[in-house]
Ligand binder design. Structure first.
Ligand code: NI
Length: 252
């Protein structure tokens, strides 16, 4: 019933219980999970988990936060890994000026390179945009054929409308349950039901009432309940529609 389109089970935070935790997800109503990589090593781990569990898929990509680790050789290996049959997207890629605004040009070049890879492989992208809204929007608009999701969307309603018009999806995570979530709630109200994806970003961004603890896909129900409340719908319907959206975007 739930499709967690963004969860980092390759993270060290799951070293103690990764496999049993993932194995328990179907009984918690989680029917599909995408684990996005952030560099070559985590992309490989994501693919390994996708090979092990039928309901886990991987995205392969290089995150802007991990730019210092980038070598040309690793980038090439990442590109060939992206052709694996359980790799359903290029991600997590994008721009992060919160973490480091000193290398904007390097970040932008890497984002463009991976957008072009996604187009070549005919896969969607999973975009990380943190305090880099204008530049992220500029880059994706330079590729009219590019499709994907703005993960944990944090931009304005106006930017959301531009993306939605161009066929993009918006990802909503635990922060929509926080008290200060005014802006994200406005975006959620403006976002049509057929463009909403639900994400945990596990192990990060736990929703209320689990805030501060390690997150996992079992907490998706809190995100779904919040969306249902904002949209005036049954949580079950929200779970079903968002899972359909994920299947449509990622071709599952
Ligand atoms: Ni993430």
């Amino acid at each position: 019933m739930y499709f967690d389109t963004h969860a980092h089970y390759d993270s060290g935070a799951f070293n103690e219980d990764r496999l049993p935790l993932l194995a328990s997800m179907p009984e918690k109503g989680v029917e599909l999970i995408i684990d996005p990589g952030c560099d070559l090593i985590s992309s490989r781990k994501a693919i390994e988990l996708a090979e092990r569990f039928d309901f886990v898929y991987a995205a392969v990509g290089w995150h802007p936060e991990d730019i210092d680790k980038l070598t040309e050789e690793d980038y090439r290996s990442m590109e060939s890994l992206a052709q694996h049959k359980k790799c359903v997207a290029i991600g997590e890629i994008g721009l992060d000026y919160y973490w480091d605004a000193s290398q904007k040009d390097v970040q932008k070049a890497l984002f463009r390179r991976q957008a072009e890879l996604a187009l070549r492989l005919n896969k969607p992208v999973i975009v990380h945009d943190r305090e880099a809204h204008a530049d992220s929007l500029d880059i994706v608009c330079d590729y009219p054929e590019l499709r994907g999701v703005f993960h944990c969307y944090s931009g304005s309603v106006e930017m959301a409308e531009i993306l939605l018009k161009r066929g993009w999806y918006l990802g909503f995570d635990g922060p929509i349950t926080y008290k200060n979530a005014r802006k994200a709630i406005e975006v959620l109200k403006a976002c049509p039901l057929d463009r909403i994806l639900i994400e945990t970003d596990s192990p990060y961004l736990s929703p209320v009432p689990q805030r501060g603890k390690r997150n996992d896909s079992g907490n998706l129900k809190y995100v779904v309940e919040k969306i249902a409340e904002v949209k005036g719908m049954e949580p079950k319907t929200v779970a079903k529609l968002t899972a359909e959206n994920g299947r449509r975007l990622f071709g599952l």
